[in-house]
Design a protein around this ligand. Sequence first.
Ligand SMILES: [Zn+2]
Length: 640
Amino acid sequence: MNAPQDAAAGPKPASLHTCRSNAAQAARLDFSDDSCFDEAQRGFVGSIPDARIATPDGRVVWDLSAFVFLESIESPDSVHPSLWRQARLNRIHGLFQVCDRLYQVRGFDIANITIIEGDSGLIIIDPLTVCEAAAAALALYRQHRGDRPVHTVIYSHSHADHYGGVEGVITPVQVARGEVRVIAPAGFMDAAIAENILAGVPMRRRAMFQFGPTLAPGPRSHVDCGLGKAMGRGTSSLIAPTQSITQPVERHTIDGIDIVFQLTPETEAPAEMNFHFPQLKVLNLAENGCHTMHNLCPIRGAKTRDALAWSKYLDAALQDFIDQTDVVIAQHHWPTWGRERARKFITEQRDLYRLMHDQTLRLMSHGQTPHEIAEGFRLPESLQKSWHARPYYGAVAHNVRAVYAHYMGPYDGNPVNLDPLAPQRAGTKYVEYMGGADALLARALADFDAGHYRWVVQVTHHLVFADPSNQRARQLAADAMEQLAYQSESSTWRNAYALGAKELRFGAPKPPPGNIGIVTPKVVAMLPMSMFFDFLAMRVDAAKAEGLQLRIDWVMQGEPERWKLTLSHSALSHALGSHGRDAMATVRLDRATLAGIVGGGGFAAAMQQGKIPIEGEVQALRQLLDTLDTFNPMFNILEP
Ligand SMILES: [Zn+2]
């Protein structure tokens, strides 16, 4: 980070308006209902102090001790009281027995690891984000329950917090030898890999605003991530599934445990599934039914999710499984015990997603645009009172905009928005029309004093983009964002506003030195080549490729396919096969070199070291590589 220009520049206290807003929110909610705290602690077996997890060489990857400030039941003025409650729940950690044969480790990562005792070994569902956390969770289980081997690993869905730690519980060798099965929903690998490749650079930068990893824990800064305390940091891995669930409903008996898999594609993740355990009377809703309103499009950016499908799969789970269910669990948060409580929980989750879907379509049909729908949307009182429907991770405003985008795309239908000026040019004009920077700031300051923070960030944004060196504009914008952070019930909004304030005050972080790896070498080892070529194609700088016509054959050592790449009109296409005699060059590459290239070493270095054998015109490959762009992973967001 840049050196602070003024160490006292933030975080600042909650304003009177924020204190009033948070107090009013507290008055609307029923904090006397402690059932979530009881359920989050029920079945506690044991834990490790502060859930502190370190690498073998002593580097700490997880430690909840910095969140000791959440001991206080009373929320501070600088945190939405409902988010404070959730942040306290997400601080509970350890091994918990859910029922006979089924355990969960919670609070060792943003996600849960679920451990089921089969007849001969363990069935592990979702081995967390990083290997260190998964290994620590399994060690904790074994310390209390004995040294049972892992029989099967199941991934509930294709997000990294549900598979990245797999090598903390099993090895690729065990899988290759057939000692351990790995089961996942259909389409898992493509979905797991695709989300982090093509849009990986902006998604990572934007994820900093969603999760707030550069914000210090504290009541005026980071308190939670809604689903859990924070994203795990450490060593990530990926072992490909040996078995896919492909039918809408599949029944299997795994090591003596009956499991009914219910595929739920295009819900919370492109590849996801729920599970029912009839013997145990447990229903696992993966991440389709958690103790929060989830995202129909997370603020890190993603393809929009299908709210209607999501609701329908929850309804199907309710119809098919509730009568043989005594407890509902998920891969985040704590269980819900009791059939009637479980029924109410799933019903409300079902209705929550259906409601946001249907009402957005209804309001669209009245001609309302995304911002208008978001401004006026209210959940029914009955849902507002349910803690699990509160927006700790998602938020109504961005979810209804996501439903709109899912059907209509980014354009709101008003021709005035077909081609607006980009922020810098628009900002300059706005500031000019408002009578200059000083006049704008005088009015913005009056609005700040009146507590109109949403408007203050909107209007100062024009001035910051017109003149990023205007410190008064930056400081006022930061102060307003900070108050919005303090008033946000959604943790992801809080993190985004708080980091926005920080970057307005101190600038964006400096990019780390060297090239940035998009994915780990382990992922590259399994990367479908077609996806790699798409990744290469999105790096072609059209201006640099102007006029080039290239035909290159590409062979991966030890792999049967041959690929032909064609660069024309600055666009790089690929297909199976060969250009034959028209090939200008043939490239031969092995996976290790490819991993080095994608992992950050780059093509130029690999070529210099003679690691890319080329037949034909070396110049053809060099010309292609010269068109490839590099990116600053810490690009500016709050300023041009
Ligand atoms: Zn998750």
